[in-house]
Design a protein around this ligand. Structure first.
Ligand code: FES
Length: 144
């Protein structure tokens, strides 16, 4: 069996939503101190809906595929839904990742949540803090 699913390879080879949004409404950045990979997410939000999302990822193929899939999952969704995104949902949408690459999908979850947090903070909107990562980086993965 191949190590990576066809979906992972597709999103790695043809990542969706790569780039920067000038004057983004929310920006989030997450990094993994162990591997040194960094992911940055830009959101455009109109009427509480994520109308555009772009990412820059300096990292491994799994991190790029996870970023691409995560942006696809939240694009067009209400902003509150982005706070509920989990790395499990990203991984399932990619038809799985090898166990030692699951932490790469955690970066996508964290960067997106931090971008929504940035939007909420800028607009003085209350939100459920328990939905946010405790800190950027390997907060809840066990990569080494
Ligand atoms: Fe660093 Fe994948 S190895 S995010």
């Amino acid at each position: 069996m191949a190590l990576y699913s066809e979906k992972v390879m597709d999103h790695f080879r043809n990542p969706r939503n790569v780039g920067i949004i000038e004057n983004a409404d929310g920006v989030g950045e997450a990094g993994n101190p162990v591997c040194g990979d960094i992911m940055k997410i830009y959101l455009k939000i109109d009427n509480d809906v994520i109308t555009d999302v772009k990412f820059e990822t300096f990292g491994c193929g799994s991190a790029i595929a996870s970023s691409s899939m995560a942006t696809e999952l939240i694009k067009g969704q209400p902003r509150a839904e982005a706070l509920k995104l989990t790395n499990k949902a990203v991984t399932e949408a990619l038809d799985g990742l090898p166990a030692h690459k699951l932490h790469c999908s955690v970066l996508a979850e964290e960067a997106i949540k931090l971008a929504v947090k940035d939007y909420y903070d800028k607009n003085h909107i209350e939100y459920d803090h328990s939905l946010l990562p405790e800190e950027s980086g390997c907060a809840h993965c066990h990569c080494d």
